[in-house]
Design a binder for this molecule. Structure first.
Ligand SMILES: C[S@@+](CC[C@H](N)C(=O)[O-])C[C@H]1O[C@@H](n2cnc3c(N)ncnc32)[C@H](O)[C@@H]1O
Length: 511
């Protein structure tokens, strides 16, 4: 039976909360003044939160549900042993997705507390084991705006469930107080704030998921109080359930989530669209085995370890995120085949201007044509993305999306004079001169710019740094504050003239 149990654990996201943790979490909640008339725990398992709620809020009516009938039997027995009756506690053996909890909860007296620890599993993981422990498709798509919230086909089951809870609290006084991944808590907050839900108070208490569940996850006890008159747009973040003073506040300001409200408010005057400098991401080709070559000192090898002999006209020196950090050895240099000067350009010119490159691409066309992303459909063969005049400008100020710090790097042309290109994990500003690149670097590394950017960065995200984040900083305003406005304007105005010339020279070369 052991393997079956492993599948079940995964399928039902079954990580039972230790009693002490549930009890501590609800004690903290009680300290904040919450006094629910009704408590709801809809995936109650062996009942740590049911017991803790009955202890913390003795007069409350408790409504519990759980799909596993053994857990339901265990919990009933446990309560009967503890207090002799189930009088204020109803426990049903039922499936969250198949139960009309909305109508049940409508009948409950306010304030409501929806608590517990929903299954720790994603829809992708359930898909992989062909489990049906998912919201029914019709519900899923019928839920207003859910696609927009989830963004993608993969989502955390607990996120879906908490969003339903929010629905049930519409127009009522109540709170959600749930153990969940911190990323889920943030998504729920973002949903609540973006949709102007009446948040009365929000708090995140970090928990040690490894100690309590043996899971290496960034998790928390997430509290979200809803009241028709609520309008809180900050969420206190505590580093544990023992802390009483928040280490930080995340919030929703100027239409976006910020990771450090105080830092953001101090530097928000530097926000805004910079008309002169546009952040770009590196080249996307989705076929590194063919499009990226390594120079060993004597030969070029592709990702299949094949020796490649092609012209160097379309070969550009390349840096990936890991190279940008400067930690890799430099002897083996990387190159990328850049087939277009801008998105959608015809690639047929390569057959004449670089016949060996053309043959190489043709020989490997099956791999290139098999690229899954729909962006390549209907585009010239061997197309790439994230390419434009900016790709070919000589100097760049770059940062990796994966960095856990705001370390920008100045990157100049290679020894041969060719501009360096990046893969699509890198973001950069393109510059015409070394002086311009160093000015932008100085502005980006200034205390004010760093403080503003870090106040908007969620460092635990897989890719904490994004173009969306970087473009919120107006370098012109940073320059003004640093007394470098004249220098900034000289470069900014000079570049628009040179950009025009560059476009003209390429279009006449193409004619
Ligand atoms: C992470 S455990 C937490 C259990 C309990 N809430 C606690 O805090 O200890 C998730 C629970 O959800 C239950 N579960 C999973 N899918 C369910 C579903 N569709 N309906 C009801 N319960 C479900 C599992 O059996 C498991 O007991």
């Amino acid at each position: 039976m052991a393997p079956r149990k492993a599948k079940t654990t995964c399928e039902f996201g079954d990580f039972q909360t230790p009693d002490e943790l549930a009890s501590k979490a609800l004690t903290v909640l009680k300290e904040t003044g919450l006094d629910p008339a009704s408590v709801v725990e809809l995936t109650c398992g062996r009942g740590a939160f049911v017991i803790a709620a009955d202890d913390a809020f003795p007069g409350a009516t408790i409504l519990a549900g759980e799909v596993n009938e053994q857990y339901v039997a265990y919990l009933k027995e446990r309560i009967l042993k503890k207090k002799g009756s189930l009088d204020n506690i109803t426990i049903s053996n039922c499936n969250f997705f198949e139960t009309d909890w909305s109508s049940e909860i409508e009948k409950l007296q306010e304030p409501l507390l929806i608590t517990g620890n929903y299954p720790w599993v994603t829809s992708a993981a359930l898909g992989a084991i062909q489990s049906s422990n998912l919201p029914k498709k019709s519900n899923f798509h019928g839920y207003a705006g859910l696609d927009a919230i989830m963004g993608k086909s993969n989502f955390d089951i607990s996120e879906w469930m908490i969003l339903r809870n929010l629905d049930w609290l519409n127009g009522r006084h109540g709170a959600i107080a749930m153990l969940c991944k911190t990323s889920v808590a943030r998504k729920i907050l973002s949903h609540a704030w973006r949709n102007k839900l009446p948040v009365n108070r929000a708090a995140i208490y970090a928990i040690d998921a490894m100690a309590s569940f043996g899971a290496a996850v960034d998790a928390c006890f997430f509290v979200l109080e809803i009241a028709p008159e609520g309008h809180a747009n900050d969420c206190a973040v505590f580093d544990s359930l023992d802390s009483r003073i928040p280490e930080n506040k995340i919030g929703f300001h100027d239409g976006m989530m910020v990771s450090d409200v105080d830092g953001y408010l101090e530097n928000r005057h530097l926000c805004g669209n910079d008309p002169h400098y546009v952040w770009r991401s590196g080249i996307k080709h989705d076929c590194s085995r063919i499009m990226e070559l390594t120079y060993t000192g004597s030969e070029f090898l592709n990702g299949n370890d094949e020796e490649i002999d092609i012209e160097d006209s379309l070969l550009y020196p390349m840096l990936k995120s890991s190279d940008l950090g400067g930690k890799r050895k430099k002897e083996r240099k990387k190159y990328m085949i850049v087939t277009q000067r801008s998105i959608g350009d015809s690639t047929s010119y390569i057959s004449e201007s670089a016949p060996k490159t053309w043959s190489y691409l043709q020989e490997n066309s099956s791999q290139l044509n098999a690229r899954a992303s729909s962006i390549y459909k209907g585009k010239p063969e061997f197309s790439i993305f994230g390419v434009g005049d900016y790709t070919f400008m000589p100097w760049k100020v770059a940062i990796s999306g994966f960095y856990k710090n705001l370390e920008f790097k100045v990157v100049g042309p290679s020894d041969s004079g060719k501009p360096v290109v990046f893969d699509d994990t890198v973001y950069f500003l393109a510059c015409w001169s070394e002086e311009e690149a160093h000015l932008l670097h100085r502005l980006l590394m200034s205390k004010e710019a760093q403080n503003l950017l870090s106040s908007m960065t969620f460092w635990n995200d897989k890719r904490p740094i994004t173009v969306d984040l970087l473009k919120r900083l107006n370098l012109g305003k940073v320059a003004k504050q640093a007394g470098l406005e004249q220098e900034y304007m000289r470069h900014a105005l000079g570049r628009s003239e040179r950009n025009k010339q560059m476009t003209l020279s390429f279009s006449s070369a193409a004619e």
